[in-house]
Structure formats: C-alpha cells, structure tokens
Ligand binder design. Structure first.
Ligand code: APR
Length: 238
C-alpha cells in the first residue's frame, strides 16, 4: 500500500475522529442529538425563535475547545499529509483539532466554532478571547454599525461550505478515506459514491458499520485513535 505516497488522497472526517479527545459525537449514546433536539439548536428557525438557547449551546461548545486536545488519529493524519503528494482533508467537524494536530489546509464543510459570522455582511471573524466566550451576544467589527454575530456553523437546511472545491478534489482522487462518520448526513455521506464513480479506492475507519458501509472497498472497524496510526504507517511504509 506504499502506493499512497505518489497518489492523490482525500480524507473525509466526522465526529468519531474527535470522540477520543472527549468531544461528544452526534448520534451515539449520549450524543449531542440524543440530549438536544436538532430543531431547537441547529436550524435557522431555531436561531430566529430562540437565539439565546442556540447561542448558549454553541458558546458551550466553543469553550470546550480550550479543554480538549488532538488525539492519535488527528496526529496520524498530519503524518499522512506529510508523506504523500496530494492531500485534501475535508471535515464535517467544527472543532479545531485537525489544525492543532498538525494538518494544514483543512476544509470545514459544516463551518467552524472558532469563528463567528456577521448576520448582515456574512463575513466571519475569529473570536476566541475570554470575553468572547460568555453568554452575551457578540457584535461584528466589520460594519460601521456593529451587527449581531451568529455561530459560523452550517445548520440543517443550509448549504455546506466549499462544495465546489470539495467535489473537484473528490473527483480526481485515487484514495477516498472516511474516518468517524455515521453516513447519515448528505451531501457528505454521498461523497464516497462520487469517488467510486471516478474509480477511487474507498476506505472506511469507523467504530461501527455506518449507514453507507456498502459503498466502501475496505472497512476497518475500531476506534480511530487505535486503528489509524498503524494504518497510516502501513500506507506509507509497506
Ligand atoms: N473512532 C472512530 N469512529 C467512532 C469513534 C471512534 N473513537 N467513536 C464514535 N465513532 C463513530 C460512530 O460509530 C458513528 O458512526 O463515529 C460516527 C459518528 O457519527 P455522527 O455522530 O453521526 O457524526 P457525523 O457523521 O460526523 O455527523 C455528521 O451531522 O449533525 C450533523 O453537522 C453535524 O457534522 C455533523 C453531521
């Protein structure tokens, strides 16, 4: 498999890769969607109807970034990036653990917790100082009359970010590797089909068999932090 060295690799990660860092996934036992109704905290309507609740939900998650660290799976991906020719890391995760694990050029298709977005100009700004993490709403620095900032998150019913760049990378990759995603949320869950139809080899690393397991050529079931480091070594060295 050292064939990966000269190949074009696209990775898609989901909440499972951050689970061993202590960030809850969405659909597992005790996952975020077991404890909160999606309609209450992760839709544009929720933000209109109850912005205080939505704001507190995301401020809690933004504060959590200060307490968590990248795990062995994040670090293994940065090693893979260094070892291959072409590498694109697409993540559905809104945390910053890939960047802190050493990966560069991470494409956050569902947004980011570190940044907030002006409701009027749609510009985003990094707001992670202590004063930025309280319960009060924050206001932008981009408009003459500062406007309220919203979480820079793609909510249900909104269009994922960077789709053109994502499809371009997936359509020309040799290996498409998914790590820690349940395969329920589209278009991310459908990218494996795009890769397959363009003759890429498709590989999955996940704790349990996901909804779209049938689309993968190779499946490794287990915890990403335990399984991925050895796999990356084998992909680069054998
Ligand atoms: N290693 C690998 N996989 C794991 C681990 C682990 N340590 N722990 C859990 N998993 C797997 C679970 O078995 C599950 O299949 O990770 C998957 C996580 O699935 P979800 O919670 O559905 O997360 P994800 O697929 O990223 O969700 C997609 O849904 O709500 C939205 O916008 C949100 O980006 C998110 C999207």
């Amino acid at each position: 498999m050292a064939i990966m060295i000269g190949s074009s690799i696209v990775i898609l990660t989901g909440a499972g890769i951050s689970a061993e860092s202590g960030i809850n996934t969405f659909r597992d036992n005790n996952g975020l969607w077991e404890n909160h109704r999606i309609e209450d905290v992760a839709t544009p309507t929720a933000w209109i109807d109850n912005p205080e609740l939505v704001w507190k939900f995301y401020q809690t998650r933004r504060k959590q970034l200060l307490e968590v660290k990248p795990n062995q799976a994040h670090i293994a991906l940065s090693k893979l990036e260094e070892g291959v020719n072409e590498f694109t890391l697409i993540t559905q995760n809104v945390d910053d653990l890939h960047e802190r694990g050493g990966s560069s050029n991470v494409i956050h298709m569902h947004g980011r917790l570190r940044t907030l977005r002006c409701e009027v100009s749609q510009k985003h700004e990094e707001r992670m100082e202590e004063d930025d993490l309280g319960d009060d709403f924050l206001f932008c620095t981009c408009c003459t009359e500062p406007n309220r900032l919203r979480p820079d998150i793609v909510w249900f019913g909104e269009m994922p970010m960077h789709l053109e760049e994502i499809y371009e990378a997936v359509e020309k990759c040799d290996f498409f590797i998914v790590i820690g995603s349940s395969g329920h949320v589209y278009p991310a869950a459908g990218l494996v089909n795009v890769a397959r139809s363009c003759s890429a080899k498709t590989i999955l690393i996940n704790f349990e068999s996901p909804a779209n397991a049938f689309a993968f050529d190779e499946i490794h079931l287990g915890k990403a932090g335990e399984v991925l480091p050895d796999l990356v070594n084998s992909w680069l060295n054998e």
